[in-house]
Design a protein around this ligand. Structure first.
Ligand code: SMG
Ligand code: MG
Length: 367
């Protein structure tokens, strides 16, 4: 495939409600989109980096910079596919979210040219995926219970509560008391605790949670393994896992018994599939994480979530959980599920008027 141009486009997407985690409050997404143009097709990749380096070291302006300075110039323009992108970007350390966006755009163009859907390319086993929802930290327990009630009414099959010190056992207890033991429930700390909090975190054990996600720092694999010995709640890693090698280390150490796969965090859909394959071979369940993606990123995540090892519901919520207006046709929940797109590539297109309306900047790199 020959690339003729790459666009770096920024869009500003207001969220329907603030989303508070242990590290920040998000009120809008400043999204970097990568568009790859070839003589036969255009491909889209959504960069999941947020505006500040608080979830991980990456941030949107840094991703744009490394793309224009190092990643896009490294592409062999005359004969490129997603595997080539993996290989030629390998010497650049880190910057996996930026790499993932570029690789996804190339992969989308490649698959649109070949007329194959991303789901089929990755090995999707189902045509729709069950969906969970991630519920931010709130100002009060009643406010949280209202939010959870609304999501359960919409049909979400799993609830994830964001937690931090001071907002953990009480909200979990309240949700269990109000909605019962049958609700699939899990929590996500985004690295907010230390191993010294093990006895406190063990107070979550009686609530029969599916998992606790990333309680400790991203580079605390050994500490996570120790924490796993002190809790009955299974430990799931998110921020710690940036590659299949990290996943292998975490499994070997006993640091995680479940893994959250976010393609952006691990450098793209090819590495995401490798992590899926590795975990499946080891009997480790995986699920698809989310980074408040627009319809463009969501389409690709839903395809990934259809692989057979994704045995837990993902943070693949409907468009309206995030945005009053999405840049694509909205993803809508039906019976707690989203349909896996079947069209070529990621299977969705940006709506030109929406895209124009949300765009704050655009630059083209031509070859
Ligand atoms: O996309 O539904 C979503 C958000 C899911 O909680 C979610 N993501 O650590 O898993 C996580 C967080 C990171 C969000 S940072 C913007
Ligand atoms: Mg997480």
């Amino acid at each position: 495939m020959k690339i003729t141009a790459v666009e770096l486009r920024r869009i500003a997407m207001p969220l329907v409600a603030p989303f508070r985690t242990s590290f920040a409050v998000e009120t809008a997404r400043d999204v970097l989109l990568v568009r790859v143009v070839t003589p036969d097709a255009e491909g889209w990749g959504e960069c999941v980096a947020i505006d500040a380096p608080l979830y991980s070291a990456e941030y949107v302006e840094g991703a744009a910079d490394v793309l224009r300075r190092f990643l896009i110039p490294a592409l062999p323009v005359n004969d490129v596919d997603a595997d080539t992108v993996d290989r030629v970007l390998e010497p650049v350390k880190g910057h996996r979210m930026a790499k993932a966006a570029l690789q996804t755009a190339v992969l989308d163009a490649q698959l649109r040219t070949a007329g194959q859907s991303l789901g089929r390319f990755l090995g999707a086993a189902v045509d729709r995926v069950p969906c969970g929802v991630s519920v931010g930290i709130m100002d009060s327990v009643p406010e949280l219970l209202d939010a959870v009630a609304g999501y359960l009414d919409e049909g979400y099959v799993r609830i994830k509560l964001k937690i931090e010190p001071g907002w953990d056992v009480e909200p979990v207890r309240a949700v269990r008391e109000r909605f019962g033991d049958d609700v699939l429930l899990q929590v996500d700390a985004n690295t907010a605790y230390g191993l010294a909090d093990a006895r406190h975190l063990a107070k979550l054990d009686p609530f029969d949670l599916l998992l606790i996600e990333q309680p400790l720092a991203d580079d605390d694999l050994v500490q996570h393994a120790e924490l796993a010995r002190r809790l009955t709640t299974p430990i799931c890693l998110d921020e710690s896992i940036e590659s299949a090698a990290h996943a292998a280390a975490a499994i070997t150490l006993g640091a995680a018994s479940i893994i959250n796969i976010k393609p952006g965090r691990v450098g793209g859909y090819l590495e995401a599939r490798r992590i899926h394959d590795l975990c499946r071979a080891h009997g480790v369940p995986v699920w698809c994480g989310g980074m408040l993606e627009t319809g463009l990123g969501r389409a690709a995540n839903v395809a990934l979530a259809a692989l057979p090892g994704f045995t837990l519901p993902g943070d693949t919520s409907a468009s309206r959980r995030y945005y009053a207006e999405d840049v694509t046709e909205p993803f809508e929940l039906r019976d707690g599920h989203l349909d896996v797109p079947t069209g070529p590539g990621i299977g969705v297109d940006p709506l030109p008027e929406r895209l124009a309306e949300f765009t704050t900047a655009s630059e083209w790199i031509t070859f």
